[in-house]
Design a protein around this ligand. Structure first.
Ligand code: SAH
Ligand code: SF4
Ligand code: F3S
Length: 469
């Protein structure tokens, strides 16, 4: 039997009398993770059930990212891999949603003849209706945008959250104009979820067992600028902080230009706000920052970090860095190394510049050779590896409150020991062995003495003693 027939036979065996099944593959940022949950939720309400196996699925959706060229190309490669499956079972709905869907719309349908459905991030609320239309035989691309005053967000479903931690998108889009970035094009203008709605969702998540909520937005600390009520991001944090039963509140991504003292003082001031700040710097050279239109200098950026550390000395910091922006000289790059050295990040995400359509930088010559970009990436990463390890070492011997997420990866994959895993308030992963007869439950806060500092995580043992340093 050839592969296509094999797939068809599997399907015929598995699906007899069963409910329709969906399978979603998620790429990109946490907002896509959140959107995939909402799409799944709307399909479940329409009577579908989830399957982890695309071969068994009646609906396969790729929720995509177009922030760099590589993830965009990956979508086309995945579609090509799914082609035999689709051809063996023409009734399967194959769809692309998310940012690549928004970016290409109808053109993607035209280019990929076996694709049924394309929709953008603003159509998540309509996901089930779109899938149903595609099942009815329509080939459609819906990339309509939500208007600025329209606050229709797909609602959260506490029952769909599998553990004690949950993402919650509180605003969409981005009004910044960073020269290299396609996000404003694919995600549209900033739209904030009203405060009352966010509060209601946080309460419902907590009632459903969630203990830690991560607020999401491409530029999350610009929250509220479009709301008539005058609430800003610091107000939102303060309102959520008062929700009983919530243990930790995180948020990503903050933009340095919108990070003011009011917001930065939330660390250490509000009970639930966890000491973890992702504040992308992108580059250390003022000339490059200006050409990227980031709206701050390296000194201003470092000043924001100093403010956060003044309010909360132990705050963990992470960043994003781009190397090889058009015209970036060796000297410019060395300025990035100096900022990374000065900021002393806990973690860093670094990328080679990738020209994107619909961006201002796409008109500039991508003139840093690929090999040079790769060298700079390695150099900044190895600097950060050293700093990250030094930062992690500060935990040795400390007692940390760990929010238990579940069995550790080693326990899950190799059945090794009674290893549990959770995170410190600073977002560091801690693995620990429970005391005999006292297995923790996901969502518990366990005091753990850190006994080992490993490459990217911590290990320890539960203790009763006083916490702190
Ligand atoms: N809103 C966030 C994150 C945007 S996308 C912010 O303002 O920082 C996530 C990261 O991808 C960015 O921080 C940036 O480091 C990287 N990125 C965005 N566009 C890129 C491009 N064209 N090439 C390489 N990296 C890019
Ligand atoms: Fe992109 Fe800049 Fe907006 Fe971040 S702030 S999403 S990097 S345009
Ligand atoms: Fe990618 Fe879209 Fe997120 S481009 S980073 S999935 S907003």
């Amino acid at each position: 039997m050839d592969e296509a027939h094999h797939i068809a036979a599997d399907f015929a065996d598995g699906a007899a009398g069963a409910r329709l099944r969906y399978h979603i593959v998620t790429y990109g940022c946490q907002m896509n993770v959140f959107d995939s949950r909402r799409i799944g939720q709307s399909l479940r309400l329409a009577g579908y059930e989830e399957t982890a196996d695309p071969v068994m699925a009646d609906v396969i959706l790729l929720n995509t990212c177009s922030v760099r060229d590589k993830p965009e190309k990956k979508v086309l490669a995945t579609l090509a891999r799914l082609r035999p499956l689709k051809e063996a079972r023409p009734g399967t709905v194959l769809g692309v949603c998310g940012c690549v869907g928004q970016q290409h719309g109808q053109a993607l349908l035209d280019r990929v003849p076996y694709l049924d459905l394309v929709f953008g991030p603003d159509r998540v609320v309509e996901a089930a209706a779109l899938v149903e239309a595609a099942r009815g035989g329509a080939r459609l691309a819906d990339v309509a945008r939500q208007s600025r005053g329209d606050h229709a967000f797909a609602p959260v479903d506490p029952e769909a959250e599998p553990g004690p931690t949950a993402f919650l998108t509180v605003m969409k889009g981005c009004d910044k104009v960073c020269s290299y970035c396609i996000v404003p094009y694919v995600r549209g203008r900033e739209v904030s979820k009203p405060v009352a709605l966010v509060l209601d969702e946080v309460r419902r998540l907590v009632e459903g067992g969630v203990r830690e909520v991560t607020l999401l937005g491409q530029n999350v600390n610009a929250y509220g600028k479009d709301l008539a009520c005058g609430a800003d991001f610091a107000d939102l944090l303060a309102a959520i902080d008062a929700v009983p039963g919530l243990l930790r509140l995180r948020f990503v991504t903050s933009h340095p230009a919108d990070a003011d003292e009011r917001m930065l003082s939330c660390f250490g001031r509000l009970r639930t706000v966890a000491p973890y700040l992702h504040l992308p710097v992108q580059a250390g050279s003022d000339r490059v920052l200006d050409r990227m239109r980031r709206g701050y200098t390296a000194a201003e950026y470092l000043d924001k970090i100093a403010i956060a550390r003044r309010h909360c000395p132990d705050v963990a910091l992470s960043t994003d860095v781009i190397v090889g922006y058009p015209g970036e000289t060796r000297e410019d790059f060395e300025a990035t190394l100096r900022v990374v050295e000065a900021a002393r990040y806990d973690t860093m995400f670094s990328f080679k510049y990738s020209p994107r359509p619909h961006t201002a930088a796409a008109r500039l010559e991508d003139d840093v050779p690929e090999a040079e970009k790769a060298d700079r990436l390695r150099e900044v990463q190895s600097l950060q590896d050293r700093i990250g390890a030094e930062r992690l070492a500060r935990f040795l011997g400390r007692v940390e409150e760990v929010l238990v997420e579940g069995p550790s990866r080693a326990a899950r994959t190799r059945g090794a020991g009674a290893q549990w895993s959770g995170r410190t308030a600073t977002n560091h992963v801690v693995n620990f062995a429970a005391r005999p007869g006292e297995p923790p439950a996901p969502g518990d806060l366990v005091r753990v003495r850190i006994t080992d500092v490993l490459a990217h995580c911590l290990a320890g043992e539960p203790c009763d003693g006083a916490g702190g340093e």
